[in-house]
Design a binder for this molecule. Structure first.
Ligand SMILES: [Zn+2]
Length: 282
């Protein structure tokens, strides 16, 4: 049987599709950031720790509320898949979908990484992005997306691939298991949709299909965050390398990523983010 074809458009189809779009979540209704205090605090904090994430692997890092941290491109263009958890409750995790709805498909300076229900608070705020010049290209592509999920062995298998064990999902799971002193099976459900750091992606202009293209990141580029709560971060150096060709194999040239953690006084007047005070009716 052939694929069903769409129906012919009704006579008033033009009228129906001419309705004006409305931004679902006006960004000017979000809490305002104090950039003067953020810049002053950043200038005063010193680097206290670093974690190198080897190619096709993931590593865990801890950041205290009020500390800054950076993900840095070193040695060569490389995409990183980032998971963030509240350090005291790993089930409170980065909520890619709501973050996308609030800030758009790709993140940059000033955007925040929001956590899952029932918390819905910023886990981290992006305070610097050396790729902020990129914007959106002629293909509709942008950098640091929250539209992809993470490369994973299940989808790879679904699409006819073999058994590949170093997808970002696998790497994130393995690193979290090692940190927790438990098995991959016990922590796999905590792994979640990522922020695709340095990845260049979009939806094709014709069919709106998810695409990737070579990352514009170069050694020295970084994405910097202020931790809004105590964080456990997990970062995978994607087996896709710069994600110019494929992402679930050992074919692509891959490079390490560097995580730098800074410490010092937090921004003046800044407080750790509080969970939503929404209350269910009695
Ligand atoms: Zn990946």
């Amino acid at each position: 049987m052939e694929t069903p074809t769409p129906r012919p458009a009704p006579v008033d189809s033009g009228e129906r599709s001419a309705a004006q779009p409305v931004v679902c979540y006006p960004p000017d209704q979000l809490p305002i950031l104090d950039w003067i205090s953020i810049a002053a605090a950043r200038a005063g904090q010193k680097r206290v720790a670093e974690v190198v994430v080897p190619p096709r692997e993931a590593r865990v890092f801890e950041v205290k509320a009020g500390q800054f941290f950076r993900i840095v491109s070193i040695e060569g263009s490389q995409v990183g898949d980032l998971n963030l958890h509240h350090a005291l409750d790993l089930t409170e995790r980065f909520f890619s979908g709501k973050t996308r709805a609030l800030h758009g498909t790709h993140l940059t300076t000033g955007d925040r990484l929001w956590s899952t229900f029932p918390h819905l608070r910023p886990l981290a705020t992006i305070t610097d992005d050396t790729l902020d010049w990129y914007g959106y290209d002629a293909d509709g592509g942008g950098v640091h997306d929250v539209i992809g999920t993470r490369c994973d062995p299940y989808t790879h298998r679904l699409l006819g691939g073999g058994q590949y064990h170093n997808c970002c999902h696998s790497n994130l799971t393995r690193a979290l298991a090692a940190y927790s002193g438990t098995s991959e099976r016990e922590v796999e459900h905590l792994v979640h949709d990522v922020l695709n750091v340095f990845m260049c992606t979009g939806f094709s202009l014709d069919l709106h299909q998810y695409f990737m293209k070579a990352s514009p990141a170069r050694p020295g580029d970084h994405l910097e965050f202020l931790a809004d709560v105590d964080l456990l971060g997990v970062l995978s150096a994607c087996p896709g390398g710069d994600c110019s060709e494929e992402h679930s194999s050992d074919v692509a040239v891959c490079h390490p990523l560097l995580v730098e953690i800074f410490d010092g006084p937090p921004p003046l007047g800044w407080l750790p983010a509080e969970a939503s005070d929404y209350v269910w009716p009695a």
